[in-house]
Design a protein around this ligand. Structure first.
Ligand code: HEM
Length: 538
């Protein structure tokens, strides 16, 4: 398969077929037979029972009955747009990825989403937002599957089902829909205190963005760039919106959720339709690829930590402009499938245990969500690069493959698919060292500090931002039924800051625990108190 509109046997494929499905002048069955009536069932007389032989009735209703596919298990509600990414060339000395070269233009498709709500939930709830970008590069698809918050709740993907079970509606009453105001959420994040940092970002104004057009995006994990000579560098990806970062206030968010639950998707679609194309600069924080993968005392493999921009500035490497709305929500926004393993030569993964689990999860869930192994043939998921794979058959196969020998080497099909061999334009995994001496299930000690970065975040807030955070914790915790969970949450807040803890406690009508309550406080990372070396791109 590929961008062609005609298969090897001359049959139209993909988008061409979709276009042709609506091309006739007359209403037909799916088989192309002309219909003379689609409003009346075939009956035994005008007042008689309906006949089983009415194939048109059964085709029409059966197809309708199967119109829905399962919604995403997370990030079910989304809105998307097409656009273009133009490389500045500034990353070329770190990565050989062709799409990062100067002035190369690459089509993109971006899907923004909430995480916890179902497909029909409201847009302006307090939640993390997804920011997933598919780059249709000439070297294959590159997916940057990020969020609008630079850290994540957990450090190891094995806890992902647990945090999501805790965040989704309670299994008994299936409430609340799409917000973090409930017992299981607070139970989880106060028992798994590595979630403190992400939760604090959620309770800040970042949890209620004004518009998708005014959100930052973060790759969260540390990635590895590879240059033409094979040298590697570690980076964190950032999207910086040209419109700046703006949030709603809580009252606005609540009113919008009632008055216009489509507030964010409407805003995005209306802006693009009006020609006010939103833009983001893609930037990287750059770190040397050292053996310990630490930077200024911060573990680059710990997804609950940021590297402050004072220590490693975000250096711009390209510009993205979203300039077209999808024409069919189902075909594009619903069927798009992102995957962190969709990499191109010059970009590789690291050993972050959260990232490693994601590499498994997305393909696995898409096999069931999109009905089998051939969803890369759906128009929105198709690469713009030529494809010559040895994958065959399966549910919803639309390619008509030639030849008899889908294996290599073979001596029957006039040779075999060309294998890149020594060709340096192929994707070759960076030969990063793996220093394993034994199998373990434990975390490195550097993952133990759960509080110094939340404290740093809190201290960086202005007075009005602090008021909003206090109000958010008070509102959300106030919805919990279990007193013990509220009390445990206060012991976590006490580890962050006394004022934060005391004011939330007052709002909840509970005594504030002293700063010694809760767990012992590990030493903050040294980087938080000193400036480090900057790794400039130019
Ligand atoms: C979906 C981001 C962690 C499993 C998504 C989407 C985004 C995202 C943006 C929506 C993609 C779309 O619009 O279609 C992130 C980020 C993470 C993270 C930034 C942490 C840094 C995880 C982990 C797992 C996971 C640890 C599982 C181990 C999933 C699944 C989906 C999803 C199953 C649904 C995919 C689909 O149905 O196509 N994630 N996620 N995510 N994520 Fe994550």
């Amino acid at each position: 398969h590929g961008p062609e509109t005609v298969s090897p046997t001359g049959q139209p494929t993909g988008a061409e077929q979709a276009r042709m499905a609506q091309s006739g002048a007359y209403l037909t069955t799916a088989q192309g037979a002309r219909l003379h009536d689609t409003d009346h069932s075939l009956k035994a007389g005008p007042r008689g029972p309906v006949l089983l032989q009415d194939h048109h009735l059964r085709e029409k209703i059966t197809h309708f009955d199967h119109e829905r596919i399962p919604e995403r298990v997370v990030h079910a509600r989304g809105a998307a747009a097409h656009g273009v990414f133009r490389g500045y060339g500034t990353a070329a000395k770190l990565s050989k990825a062709a799409f990062l070269a100067k002035d190369v233009e690459t089509p993109v498709f971006v899907r923004f989403s909430t995480v916890l709500g179902s497909r029909g939930s409201a847009d302006t709830v307090r939640d993390t937002r997804g920011f997933a970008t598919k780059f249709y590069t000439e070297e294959g698809i590159f997916d940057l599957v990020g969020n609008n918050i630079p850290v994540f709740f957990i450090q190891d993907a094995i806890k992902f089902p647990d945090i999501i079970h805790a965040g989704k509606p309670h299994p008994d009453r299936e409430i609340p829909q799409a917000q973090s105001a409930h017992d299981t959420f607070w139970d989880f994040v106060t028992l798994h205190t590595e979630a403190t940092h992400h939760t604090l970002w959620n309770m800040s104004d970042r949890g209620i963005p004004r518009s998708y057009r005014m959100m930052e995006g973060f790759g969260v994990h540390t990635f590895r760039l590879v240059d033409a000579a094979g040298a590697t560098t570690l980076v964190k990806f950032h999207w910086k919106p040209k419109l700046g970062v703006h949030s709603l206030v809580w009252e606005e968010a609540q009113i919008a959720a009632g008055v216009d639950p489509d507030f964010h998707r409407r805003d995005l679609a209306d802006a693009i339709e009006a020609g006010a194309f939103p833009q983001w600069e893609l930037g990287v924080q750059v770190f040397p690829d050292t053996e310990d993968q630490m930077f200024e005392g911060i573990d680059l493999l710990d997804a609950t930590k940021i590297v402050p921009e004072e220590l490693a500035p975000v250096q711009p490497i390209g510009l993205m402009t979203l300039n077209a709305n999808p024409s069919n929500y189902f075909a594009e926004t619903e069927q798009v499938a992102f995957h962190l393993g969709n990499l191109v030569p010059g970009i590789d993964v690291t050993n972050d245990p959260l990232l490693q689990g994601r590499l498994f999860s997305y393909l696995d869930t898409q096999l069931s969500r999109l009905g089998g192994p051939n969803f890369s043939q759906l128009p929105i998921n198709r690469t713009h690069a030529p494809v010559n794979d040895m994958l065959r058959d399966g549910m919803h196969q639309t390619a008509v493959h030639r030849g008899v020998a889908p294996y290599r080497p073979n001596s029957l099909d006039g040779g075999c698919p060309f294998l890149a061999g020594e060709d340096t334009s192929a994707f070759i995994e960076a030969p990063a060292a793996v220093a394993a001496s034994r199998k373990v299930r434990e975390n490195p000690a550097s993952f133990d500090d759960h509080y110094s970065q939340p404290r740093q975040f809190w201290l960086s807030m202005t007075p009005v931002e602090r008021e909003h955070i206090i109000a958010a914790y008070t509102f959300e915790l106030g919805k919990c039924y279990e007193q013990a969970i509220k009390e445990r949450a206060l012991t976590v807040l006490a580890r962050i800051d006394t004022q934060l803890c005391e004011e939330v406690a007052a709002g909840l009508g509970l005594p504030a625990p002293g700063p010694d309550a809760g767990l012992t406080d590990p030493q903050p990372s040294p980087a938080l108190s000193q400036l480090g070396q900057v790794w400039p791109l130019d």
